[in-house]
Each structure stands twice: as C-alpha cells, then as structure tokens.
Design a protein around this ligand. Structure first.
Ligand code: AMP
Length: 299
C-alpha cells in the first residue's frame, strides 16, 4: 500500500492509455476509521482495480474550531485498517495543499445545502462539495463511495456530479450500526459512557417514525413520534426530527421514497442518523439494505 500526501503524487495514477478498462475507486474519509468506513473500502475493493482512500479532516466543513480540534485522529490505526481492506493508495494531503494560499473558489451546494443539516451547520455542505470536487479532480476516480449514514451529503454529492458534469459514478453504501442500533460514527468515541448508553435513542426514534408510516400514518405524526422518543432522554437535546424527500431534502410529499432524519446533541457531541423508507407496492417500508456491522439486518 502506497501512502502519499501531495496532489502531484496522484498524477498518472493509472495508465488509462494502455488499460482503458481499469477502474479507479475513491473512498473519501476524515479518518478515525470504524467498520462503517471499512464497509465502503471493502465494497470499493470488490468492485474496482485500484482503491484510493483519502484521509482529510476538512476544516471548511466544520462550523467551530472547537469541533475541528476535538475531531478524533488516528493515522496509524487508519493506515493499518486501510491495509487490511486491500487499499492500494492512501492520500493524506496537508491543509495548505488542499487550500493553497489565497484560494478563493468554492463550490456552493445551493438550496440543498441550506436546509436541515445545512441550516444547523451553515457552510458545511459548501465545504463538503468543495473538497470532494477537488478530490475528484486530483484522483479522477471512475466510482466514489459514500455512506447512506450521511444522507444529505450523499444527495449534495449526487447533485454536484450531475450539475458540474463530473464523470464519476456515486455508490451509496448502507449504514453500519452497533448491535444496539447506534450508527457507527467517528464521533461516538467522544461520548461519555452515560451518553453512549442513551445514544441508541436516535435509531429507536427512527424506527418508531418508520412504524407510524408503515401503519399508514402521516409524516407529521412520524416526526412527532421521533421527537417524543428523543425527548424521553434527559441527556439528549433534539436538533431536528423530520421526514423529507431523500433527493431534495424538502418536506416529504404524499408518495415516493421518504427519508426520516434526526440530529441531536449528547453533551458536546452532535450525532445524526436516518432511515430510508423504500416504496414497496405503494407501501413505505424500511430500506432492507441497512446493515448491522456489515451484515444485512431487518427491522
Ligand atoms: P467521515 O470520515 O465521517 O467523513 O465518513 C467518510 C465516509 O464514511 C462517508 O461517506 C460517510 O457517510 C461514511 N460513513 C460514516 N459512518 C458510516 C456508517 N456507520 N456506515 C456506513 N458508512 C459510514
């Protein structure tokens, strides 16, 4: 496995002239890898010839320096995990390379980046779109892997690929969860034992919301049910609990797929989670691609 830090080291990564069929995969991460990240790496390994993982804690997508400074980092662990998943190349760029002195160009995620997570974290999705566009330009992947765990990020990237005509296929991978339902996140390691014990309430809330919809209830009722579950914990401060259209993140209409999304604070840690409800014969049912520690699990 090669480890590089300069964009220049990525030039001519693959000799597409002599092997036009060669498939390059990119898995962008912010490091502190867990089994959720590893599921993306394994999918990339299985479906591509050359697997590139980037590790970049992108300052432009953090709203506060305190949050950025507290973000977990584990370079040695990340390299070992990447190696175990068969990654070919790890790209670890320094901040000043990704944002050269005087840089002034950003990608705007537009209205999609201004709602829900974007409303709680102004500028977050512009930061995400800018860094991902830059990684696409440097690595020139054929396919890039993102987690359904960050559903709005996925929608922003898909929109950007269409709008800016990137020649990259976007693959969404199911959310990997701990056995008690908590979606794996690098931020989970910042939770106190008491907060960790309460954190599965996010998934519980989503399942309650899904239950309301499955029984034919309205999206407002589902949102109320989710809020009720979250408010049941004295350690949880609810940010939002909504039912939205998974492509636009606008309030969900009557038909089509539906995304239940929650965000909450436990102490200084902010967690998000979501559940995609597919349409099956007109009925909305939880997405069966959800996975528990990498294996398929129903609800
Ligand atoms: P991050 O390092 O948090 O920026 O995440 C890097 C990628 O891993 C993103 O595409 C995330 O959506 C994805 N990811 C994070 N947590 C999970 C999870 N629990 N299951 C699946 N994918 C995840």
């Amino acid at each position: 496995m090669k480890v590089v830090s300069r964009g220049a080291d990525l030039v001519g990564l693959a000799d597409k002239e002599s092997d036009p069929a060669l498939r390059i995969a990119l898995v962008p991460t912010m490091g502190a890898l867990h089994d959720g990240h590893l599921s993306l790496l394994r999918a990339a390994r299985a479906e591509s010839d050359l697997v590139v993982m980037s590790v970049f804690v992108n300052p432009r997508q953090f709203s506060s320096t305190a949050d950025l400074d507290a973000y977990p980092r584990d370079e040695a662990g990340d390299l070992a995990a990447a190696e175990s998943c068969g990654v070919d190349l790890v790209f670890l760029p320094p901040v000043e390379d990704m944002y050269p002195p005087g840089d002034s160009t950003t990608v705007s995620a537009g209205p999609l980046g201004a709602v829900l997570e974007g409303a709680s974290r102004p500028g977050h999705f512009d930061g995400v779109a800018t860094v991902v566009a830059k990684l696409f330009n440097l690595v020139e992947p054929d396919i890039a892997y993102f987690g359904q765990k960050d559903a709005q990020q996925l929608a922003v990237i898909r929109r950007m690929v269409t709008d800016l005509a990137f020649d990259v296929r976007i693959r969404a991978c199911p959310t990997v969860r701990d056995a008690d339902g908590l979606a794996l996140s690098s931020r989970n390691r910042l939770l106190s034992p008491q907060e960790r014990a309460e954190a599965p309430a996010l998934h519980l809330a989503l399942r309650q919301g899904a239950g309301v919809i499955e029984r034919g209830g309205r999206v407002d009722d589902a949102a109320r049910a989710m809020t009720g579950v979250l408010e049941g914990s004295s350690l949880i401060q609810v940010d939002y609990a909504r039912a939205v259209d998974p492509a636009t993140f606008q309030p969900a209409g009557g038909a089509g797929p539906l995304l239940l999304a929650v965000a909450a604070r436990l102490g200084r840690v902010r967690l998000i989670d979501n559940l995609l409800l597919d349409v099956d014969g007109g009925r909305r049912v939880p997405d069966s691609r959800e996975s528990k520690q990498g294996t398929a699990a129903g609800h």
